[in-house]
Design a protein around this ligand. Structure first.
Ligand SMILES: Cc1cc2nc3c(=O)[nH]c(=O)nc-3n(C[C@H](O)[C@H](O)[C@H](O)COP(=O)(O)OP(=O)(O)OC[C@H]3O[C@@H](n4cnc5c(N)ncnc54)[C@H](O)[C@@H]3O)c2cc1C
Ligand code: FES
Length: 330
């Protein structure tokens, strides 16, 4: 069986036909990832040596990426021994994904096209996750969709909060915005993904969010509020982009945190005095000092790709950019 060697010399065996990512997860090694379907590019890695085969399309990779040996670990399997230029994320191994029953506790319509859903787990459930991670909701008719958890774990069985935007013609959207009732039973599978805060004590943390991409940012800010002061970032800036100013349905509760909140509107009315345009451009126009900055971007894939391209070109090291793209998850 092929052996995969990571940049930190850790090794695992990769069953032929199984993605490099799934093989790592089975071996207890967590590699950076999110969608697991080849759509978000979180799992992008460079092959140092060895041959791999494609299991699913890698449309998010450009021709230059492919030329330079980049692959998606969720989309490729090892053909022979492979060396990858990435390391595993040891800390996540404590939070294995499991399936949990949950009941809808509350559905609150915060905008015409956004609901805040809280889900209650049974007293015996012990869902533990890192703020920023997501879960799959297994809903009616075999539907499965990914949603970021919008609250930092309030307790082992505390309610899980989700912010859900209606997608036109969407199957699960039709459930949340039509049939869903308080007390409905759904199942959750998670925690999933590797979007979580890295150690940034004394540094500058910037969140870029669009739409319901604010959900995991809210969870991470709650986590930072509970973090001892000496371990917190020196500054935190939240850029939140929506089309219209009235779509900013939440404001950070920045109790004791050095948070600068920048609501951004891409299609505001004339009298809007706040920031206009796209979050990534507003952030770049603020001429950030990238030498001490960590960026967490969440929401639309277009925003994330554009932000990553601009920031890396301006000198942000790749390991300081983390993202979760809300790509099609069905
Ligand atoms: C890691 C991850 C986390 C996510 N977290 C959240 C979250 O916290 N809140 C949230 O509102 N959504 C989130 N999403 C998106 C969510 O999982 C669904 O994809 C989305 O809500 C659409 O589901 P649906 O069943 O209503 O539409 P579907 O029936 O799946 O699709 C209907 C139509 O809409 C298109 N479509 C589907 N999804 C999208 C999309 N995301 N953007 C644009 N077009 C789309 C499809 O191509 C199809 O044509 C997340 C996605 C991922 C991968
Ligand atoms: S592209 Fe591989 S995890 Fe999203």
């Amino acid at each position: 069986m092929p052996t995969v060697t990571l940049a930190n010399s850790k090794q695992y065996e990769a069953t032929p036909g199984t993605s490099l990512l799934d093989a790592a997860l089975s071996a207890g090694l967590v590699l950076e990832h999110s969608c697991k379907t080849g759509r978000c590019s979180s799992c992008k890695a460079r092959v140092v040596s060895g041959r791999t085969e494609r299991l699913r399309p890698e449309e998010v990779l450009g021709a230059i990426d492919v030329e330079q040996g980049w692959i998606l670990t969720c989309a490729r399997a090892a053909v022979d021994d492979v060396a990858l230029d990435i390391e595993d994320l040891g800390d996540l191994a404590d939070y294995p994904a499991r399936t949990w029953p949950a009941r809808i506790q509350q559905i609150e319509r915060v905008l015409d096209d956004v609901v805040k859903v809280t889900l209650r787990l049974p007293p015996t459930a012990k869902l533990r996750y890192l703020p920023g991670q997501y879960i799959n909701v297994l809903g009616p008719d075999g539907l499965k969709r990914a949603y970021s958890i919008a609250n930092a774990a309030p307790g082992p069985t505390g309610p899980v909060e989700l912010h859900i935007r209606a997608v036109q013609g969407g199957a699960m959207s039709a459930y949340w915005f039509g049939r869903a009732q308080v007390n409905d039973l759904v199942r959750l599978h998670g925690p999933l993904g590797t979007f979580f805060l890295r150690d940034a004590a004394g540094e500058q943390v910037v969140f870029l969010a669009t739409g319901t991409g604010i959900a995991p940012v809210k969870a991470m800010l709650e986590q930072l509020t509970a973090t001892p002061e000496q371990q917190r970032p020196a500054s935190i800036t939240v850029y939140w982009g929506c089309r219209h100013p009235q779509e900013h349905y939440w404001v950070p509760n920045d109790e004791g945190l050095p948070v600068r909140f920048v609501p951004v509107a891409s299609r505001p009315q004339e009298d809007w005095t706040g920031a206009r345009g796209h979050v990534q451009n507003v952030f770049m126009a603020d001429a950030p000092d990238l030498s001490r900055t960590w960026v967490y971007a969440c929401g639309s894939n277009d925003m994330i790709e554009s932000a990553q391209r601009q920031l890396l070109a301006a000198g942000l090291p790749a390991r300081r950019f983390h993202s979760d793209a809300f790509v099609v998850s069905g």
